[in-house]
Structures are given as structure tokens and as C-alpha cells.
Design a binder for this molecule. Structure first.
Ligand code: C2E
Ligand code: MG
Ligand code: MG
Length: 368
């Protein structure tokens, strides 16, 4: 048990067959559950006694400081009570003291199982947000943003389920679905004779690791659909660059050599090294919304925006400003030489039909 705990945790045997563990700190529910599960797993391994294999099982009760109590003896009593509940549920499991916590854990498991079925049940949809070329005000791109039509909870935005999809590995199937859907949508718009645009899709860093995403296959499928090179841009978040492994680098190189555009998303929120941009052959840099938000009130953010634009241009990289909500913000980034703009000032992410209508109605003299 000790091997599964960190130095900062505490393990005690407090009666014959009862142990107490203090986890400190617990940064997430996930970490807590992970520890509980690994303890159960470790204890379920056979013990070899006198050449015999002996099996035991354990039950774990969990009580949280300070939510459940701020008092140590009370916390232990709570945990004990929760442990009885775990035993009653059939041993070799864990149980939270608080009904609310228990409920949250149950909901999470349920969401994971619903997520797995959502593709076959056709519950996902891509919405498209226009990206405007600031030189002529025309719509040149769209970013595909995923939505989940949950049967009970309504329309869910990605922050409700992408982290869970990443945690469970489901993100790989989801990423493939996003690519396929975006490519087929582009094909449909092409057949309808809509103005030619490219679509940006968001890829999770996990998809780029260990050969999960196969640029060669994607390229073949695009040409199978008769779509031109560069039709799809892959957006990856800047955070990825900090922990780049060889496999990530290889995938990025393959994307590049297969004519996919590469955009660095949320730029400025992570490690922000421009040297990486060059190394990864990025085509676009997307300035994160939080810099844009404070343009008028925070002169540092204004200076940073200008600097990012100048430096990106020196490296031959085009810049997209995210989260443009006001005319003032638009004028600022335009004056600073930014290439593209995206944000609610123009349109929110729209369902495919709504986007097509928006694209068709774009005035000939542009939107800016
Ligand atoms: P992101 O790629 O940075 O996308 C931009 C987010 O900002 C979107 O939120 C968009 O709706 C929102 N937004 C756009 N313009 C404005 C504006 O003017 N003001 C404000 N306040 N917000 C604006 P959304 O759709 O909730 O997506 C959140 C994040 O989820 C995305 O951030 C992206 O990282 C992730 N995501 C979205 N779709 C996918 C996907 O298909 N796969 C993966 N792996 N991640 C996705
Ligand atoms: Mg994005
Ligand atoms: Mg972003």
C-alpha cells in the first residue's frame, strides 16, 4: 500500500484489519479514485503463505476534509460509515461518505458510458465559426467546434466532455469522427457551389501522441473526396509544445508533408516559445481570447498582441485573433497588422446549415 502512496500521504494501521490513509493534497476527484482503485487492485493480488495462495479483498470508505468534516475523529467515523456502505455493496469497492459525492461519482461513470455510445447514436454535431480575412473582409475559413446533443442535458459544449474523452481514450474515436464529419461537410459545400473555404479542426494533444492520428490516411481520404490540399487545418493547443515527444514531432511533420495546415491554438497561455513555432512548421498562430478581452483596459496585453503579430510575421506565420467581440478590438488588431479575425462580432459557431447561409450572404465588399 505504501508503494502506491506519495511521500506526502500517510498510512496507518488503526485496528486489526483496518487501515487509514490520508491523501494530502488531493487535487482532483480523479486522483482520489485512481488511488482507491489501485489500492483495491494491489490488495486483490494473492499472498503467498506457506506455498499457498491466499486471497483477500478490501473495502474503502472515503471522507473528505473539509467538506465532510473539519474534525479528525469525525472524519474517521465518516470514513468508517462509508466503508460499511462499500462492504454492503459487495466488497472490493469504495464508497463516499457524502451522498452528493457518491452521486457525482455515479454521474461521471454514467457520462463515460453515454459518451461511448454517442457516436453511434448520432448525438455529436459540428458547429462552424467563420474566420475572416482582414485584408478584404471575406470568410476564408471556419473553425469546427464540437457539440453534444445529450438526450437529457441538452446541448453540451466541449468543456463538458472533452476532458472525460481524453481521460478514457475515447478522444481517438471522437477525433476521427470530427475529421470525417468536417471533410464530408466541406465536400457537400463544394457540391453546393459555396465559396471555397478551409475548415480548422481541433485535435487533442493525445491524438498526436503514439501515432494515434494518421496524416497519410487523412490525406488519402481528402483526395478520395476530391478536396484540394490545404482544405483542413489542424489546431493544436500551445500547451502541447512543452512536452513534445518524438512521436508528436513526427505526427506534426507528417501533417505538414501531407499538406495539412497547422495552427497553434490559444497562443500566449502556455510556454509561448516562438522557436517552437518554427520547429513545428506552424502556418497559423491564434492569439488567445484573454489577450483580446483586455485590449482597451490593459496596455500590456495590447503590447503583447502587437509583439506576437510582428514576431509571427517575421517567421512567416499568419496570425488569427480569437474572441473578437467589439469593433474596437477589431480595429486594434487590424491596425496591428493581424491577418485574420474570429469572434462573436461576426458570428458565433453555427450549425452547418446556418453557416452555409451566412457564407452565402457575405457581402461582396466584405465584413470589415
Ligand atoms: P478553441 O479551439 O480555442 O475554440 C474557441 C472557443 O471560443 C470556442 O468555444 C468558441 O465558441 C469560443 N468563442 C469564439 N468566439 C468567441 C467570442 O467572441 N467570445 C467568446 N467569449 N467566446 C468565443 P467552445 O466551442 O466552447 O470550445 C471550447 C474548446 O473546446 C475549444 O477552444 C477547443 O479547445 C475544444 N474543442 C472544441 N471542439 C473540439 C473538437 O472537435 N475536438 C477537440 N479535441 N477539442 C475541441
Ligand atoms: Mg481551436
Ligand atoms: Mg483558442
Amino acid at each position: 500500500m505504501k508503494q502506491l502512496l506519495r511521500d506526502s500521504d500517510f498510512l496507518a494501521r488503526y485496528s486489526a484489519d483496518e487501515f487509514a490513509v490520508i491523501l494530502n493534497p488531493i487535487d482532483s476527484l480523479q486522483r482520489l479514485e485512481h488511488t482507491a482503485q489501485s489500492l483495491l487492485k494491489a490488495l486483490s493480488q494473492p499472498f503467498s503463505i506457506d506455498n499457498d495462495s491466499v486471497y483477500i479483498s478490501a473495502s474503502i470508505g472515503i471522507s473528505l476534509f473539509p467538506i465532510d468534516s473539519e474534525n479528525a475523529p469525525q472524519l474517521l467515523r465518516n470514513a468508517d460509515q462509508a466503508m460499511s456502505a462499500a462492504k454492503a455493496q459487495g466488497r472490493n469497492g469504495y464508497h463516499y461518505f457524502k451522498p452528493a459525492m457518491q452521486e457525482a461519482a455515479r454521474k461521471r461513470m454514467q457520462l463515460i458510458s453515454e459518451l461511448r455510445h454517442a457516436i453511434t447514436l448520432n448525438q455529436f454535431e459540428l458547429h462552424y465559426q467563420p474566420i475572416i480575412d482582414l485584408s478584404d473582409g471575406q470568410i476564408v475559413k471556419a473553425e469546427a467546434l464540437i457539440r453534444w446533443h445529450h438526450p437529457e442535458r441538452g446541448l453540451l459544449t466541449p468543456d463538458h466532455f472533452i476532458p472525460l474523452a481524453e481521460e478514457t481514450g475515447f478522444i481517438h474515436s471522437l477525433g476521427e469522427w470530427v475529421f470525417t464529419t468536417a471533410a464530408e461537410q466541406l465536400k457537400q459545400w463544394q457540391e453546393l457551389g459555396l465559396p471555397t473555404i478551409s475548415v480548422s479542426i481541433n485535435a487533442s494533444p493525445l491524438q498526436l501522441q503514439n501515432g494515434g492520428l494518421k496524416p497519410g490516411d487523412w490525406a488519402e481520404r481528402l483526395s478520395g473526396l476530391g478536396l484540394p490540399d490545404g482544405s483542413i487545418v489542424v489546431e493544436i493547443t500551445e500547451g502541447l509544445m512543452i512536452e513534445t515527444s518524438e512521436s508528436v514531432k513526427t505526427t506534426l511533420q507528417q501533417l505538414h508533408s501531407n499538406q495539412f495546415g497547422i495552427a497553434i491554438d490559444d497562443f500566449g497561455t502556455g510556454y509561448s516559445s516562438l522557436a517552437y513555432l518554427k520547429e513545428f512548421d506552424a502556418d497559423f498562430l491564434k492569439i488567445d481570447r484573454r489577450f483580446i478581452q483586455n485590449l482597451s483596459s490593459n496596455s500590456d496585453d495590447a503590447a503583447l498582441c502587437e509583439a506576437m503579430i510582428v514576431m509571427a510575421h517575421k517567421l512567416g506565420i499568419q496570425v488569427i485573433a480569437e474572441g473578437i467581440e467589439t469593433r474596437e478590438q477589431l480595429e486594434f488588431i487590424r491596425y496591428a497588422g493581424c491577418d485574420h479575425a474570429q469572434g462573436w462580432l461576426f458570428a458565433r459557431a453555427l450549425p452547418a446549415d446556418g453557416f452555409a447561409a451566412y457564407l452565402q450572404q457575405c457581402p461582396a465588399n466584405g465584413l470589415v
